[in-house]
Design a protein around this ligand. Sequence first.
Ligand code: SIN
Ligand code: FE2
Length: 200
Amino acid sequence: MGILRLRGFEIHKGYLDPTNQKRVLEAVRDVVRQAPLFRPDTPYGKPMSVRMSAAGSYGWFSDKTGYRYVPVHPNGRPWPEIPDPVLALWDQVTGLERRPECCLINYYSADAKMGLHQDRDEADFQWPVVSVSLGDAARFRIGNTVRGGKTESIWLDSGDVVVMGGAARLTYHGVDQIRAGSSTLLPKGGRINLTLRVVT
Ligand code: SIN
Ligand code: FE2
């Protein structure tokens, strides 16, 4: 427990205890049953190493023409609603009236990573992005508000919640590495990361 601050990122270590991690995981499983994980292509033609799904009025999609928010899963059906325990978490850590319109679900297998990037496809950067980590630990890398410069990293463990707001909202970040076998939450291992976003 306790909040760590690193370059404006608010890192709530151990925010979800094991019981709450299981509760959120069950809710995510329910979403993924309706909206199965898929592996998007990047605009560069290479498939992403994470597998992805979403809940809410928008989810994320990418292919050779670029990245964008879309209202339906590749199967043509609307994304499932954001589960209540996930919305409750947003309410608790942000204290905001406005609620997220998108809960991205990223699944990292042991060899998956995500390059340094900014989250900047949302309409209004006054709203934070909230991230929830479940399963194996990930080395999360934090850079600067412009590309390049020195970076720092921190391990995110299952149950950690990160609020990326204020100046950190446009800070470059990514995932270097997954530590396989560091959590028993997911029976087959790997890591699930949820990111909650206001899109419009
Ligand atoms: C992201 O930046 O979209 C994911 C961050 C993470 O997996 O912790
Ligand atoms: Fe991101």
